[in-house]
Design a protein around this ligand. Structure first.
Ligand code: PLP
Length: 388
């Protein structure tokens, strides 16, 4: 597959144990949010060389190569004018989520979380005795600005978004981010933006970082990572970007839990940022084709209208016509189609009745799974709605 090495289904099953945990031999997993593509060879080489050259010691202020590469990429791609002291390497985006809520929230404060979204973004504030108000997106996955505005109270401290969105794939436009920014400025709120899927936007859409908008840098915390688009999930590396005083607090917190992410991983991540634009460009184009095949199959199912996701690597069709609960849809697809997908309810309000289908896999594998899903759901339609 051009510049990206791909594995057979057999090899994928062996090398991605969590994605295939407990699944029988003929099941295809489009569940866990993991890439089925090999990570870039430049990252592998950089990490191997780091080990050979003895670059595996503590680096208390972060690895300089990584921080500089992240800073340059933030200037070049995100249009966010950060300084080095405003970038903190983290143990994946998950670590950045924990740190953000930990340093910005006091007990009793409120967070507005736009849902559906990645579960940790909804669940983690509770660890710090903060309250979460979920605000559903519109049906098309875009921000419901009026509802967000109405949800703000005197206790609201921040608004959390995931852009591009996991699970809906929505890529927020500059216009709607500007309207969100107006609310943040007006009520003096922080915005926490999880931009792990920033590289995957389709049909020519451009990812906009809310931190790049006027008056937003000082009130935005942005989390970036590598685990999805570069296929590096087990390396546990990411970075968080915010004002210096916030980063200082985060660094102090992290020193007490993990000290810092691995030096070798930071060197690998620097290579991803410096040398691998070809990889993400290729992957984006390739996945757009996979998405189109999957959506075409889903739209063959009677009664189902599946919108092509704008970004990320998930389809998120509404199956509520065919199943009372999304958990039932998941069970049905596992049994009848031998395909593992995730239920939408796990992603908060707005996810109910939907299933999330991860299409970051070779075309033949997704195609095979999509045909099985189409057949199983067309049969379900015939046996339920079609009979009435
Ligand atoms: C939106 C989002 N944020 C964070 C994470 C966790 O990422 P990481 O592996 O970088 O910790 C995920 C993983 O699925 C995710 O989808």
């Amino acid at each position: 597959m051009g510049p990206i090495e791909i594995l057979s289904l057999e090899e994928i099953r062996k090398s991605r144990p969590s994605k295939y945990f407990g699944l029988e031999g003929d099941v295809i997993s489009l569940g866990l949010a993991e890439s089925d593509f090999e990570m870039p060879k430049e990252v592998k080489e950089a990490m191997i060389n780091a080990i050979i050259n003895g670059r595996y010691h503590y680096e208390m202020n972060g690895n300089a190569e990584f921080i500089e590469a992240a800073r340059d990429k933030l200037h070049r791609v995100n249009n966010v004018p950060v300084e080095d002291e405003e970038v903190l390497p983290t143990v994946g985006v998950m670590n950045a989520i924990w740190l953000t809520y930990k340093v910005l929230l006091k007990p009793g404060e409120h967070v507005i979380v736009v849902t559906p979204t990645y579960p940790a973004l909804i669940g983690r504030p509770k660890s710090f005795q903060a309250e979460v108000t979920e605000v559903k997106t519109r049906r098309d996955g875009h921000l419901d600005i009026e509802r967000i505005q109405e949800a703000v109270t005197s206790k609201t401290k921040m608004i959390t978004i995931c852009n591009p969105n996991n699970p809906s794939g929505t890529v927020y436009t500059r216009d709607e981010l500007e309207r969100l920014a107006e609310i943040a400025v007006k009520h003096d709120l922080y915005v926490f933006s999880d931009e792990l899927y920033e590289n995957l936007t389709y049909d020519g859409r451009k990812h906009v970082s809310i931190a790049s908008l006027p008056d937003m840098y000082e009130r935005t915390v942005t989390a970036f990572g590598f685990t999805k688009t570069y296929g590096m999930s087990g390396l546990r590396i990411g970075y968080v970007v915010a004002e210096k005083k916030i980063i200082r607090l985060m660094r102090d917190e992290n020193t007490g839990i993990v000290i810092h992410p691995g030096t070798v991983e930071q060197i690998g991540a620097a290579a991803a940022l410096r040398k691998c634009d070809y990889y993400i460009n290729f992957l984006r184009n390739y996945l757009e084709g996979v998405r189109n095949r999957l959506i075409a199959e889903l739209n063959e199912i009677p009664g189902i209208v599946a919108q092509p996701p704008e970004g990320s690597f998930f389809a998120f069709p509404d199956l509520s016509l065919l199943f009372e609960k999304d958990e039932d849809a998941v069970k049905h697809l596992l049994k009848e189609a031998k395909v593992m997908v995730y239920g939408g309810s796990g992603f908060g309000d707005g996810g109910q009745g939907r299933v999330r289908i991860n299409f970051c896999s070779p075309l033949e594998i997704v195609e095979k799974a999509a045909v099985r899903i189409r057949n199983a759901l067309a049969k379900r339609y015939a046996e339920t709605i079609g009979k009435k």
